[in-house]
Design a protein around this ligand. Structure first.
Ligand code: DX5
Ligand code: ZN
Length: 208
């Protein structure tokens, strides 16, 4: 199980703290990009992100945006490992998948808590990652939504070639519920404490 650390909940000395976070034992840096339309919140512009990150960790870009093509065009230049977009935008999902793949970037499709796994089965064969939202997208520090557990199980049973990632409310109590996930996205559990210690606690919980 890999850890993709989100810095959405870091509010002060962001550059310094993102550097600290990427110096810790994490597998990906998770970028939560919000446009203020698909979700109410708006996060960083690409220019701010380019200032913030130091490329010392692979990037896991989570686009919570409507105009996906605009953001793919911006973020492809960071050479991220994953670009994930949301199923709930009403655009041609397969076209977007192909568009991201054109840049040799792995494609993730994210589903909100209210979206069923059955709704994305037509796309599973084309995906490298499925991002199961275990909170309503738009904010860090929310409570884990237990129904997400069944979605992860279903995706596991379908045995596709995609990795399963789960995002939102993951801490040392909820991580046990998502053992079938390949990647956990963790924000406030890490960034609200001593980063190294929190990551160590999480790994001890995962690996025993
Ligand atoms: C929410 C974001 C999540 C969030 C996770 O819209 O997609 O990545 O930052 O943060 P925590 O772990 O605090 O729920
Ligand atoms: Zn996210």
């Amino acid at each position: 199980m890999q850890i993709s650390a989100s810095f959405l909940s870091i509010n002060d000395n962001i550059k310094e703290n993102v550097n600290l976070l990427t110096s810790c034992d994490i597998d990906y840096l998770h970028l939560d990009i919000m446009d203020g339309e698909f979700v109410n919140n708006k996060t960083w512009e690409i220019s701010e992100i380019k200032e913030l990150i130091n490329y010392s960790r692979p990037l896991d870009v989570h686009l919570m945006v409507n105009d996906v093509y605009k953001y793919i065009d911006e973020y492809k230049d960071l050479n991220p490992t994953y670009i994930t977009f949301h199923y709930e935008i009403n655009l041609d999902i397969l076209d977007i998948i192909q568009y991201i793949k054109k840049f040799n970037i792995k494609v993730g499709l994210s589903i909100k808590p209210s979206t069923k796994v059955e709704e994305i089965t037509p796309y599973l064969n084309y995906l490298d990652l499925v991002l199961v939202m275990s909170v309503e997208p738009g904010l860090g520090g929310q409570q884990f939504i237990k129904e997400s557990v069944n979605k992860i199980k279903k995706l596991k049973e379908l045995k596709g070639n995609y990795l399963i990632s789960v995002d939102g409310g993951i801490n040392i109590d909820t991580v046990n519920l998502v053992k079938d996930a390949d990647i956990i996205v963790v924000g406030s559990y890490i960034t609200n404490g001593n980063y190294n210690q929190q990551i160590k606690n999480m790994k001890e919980k995962i690996y025993g």
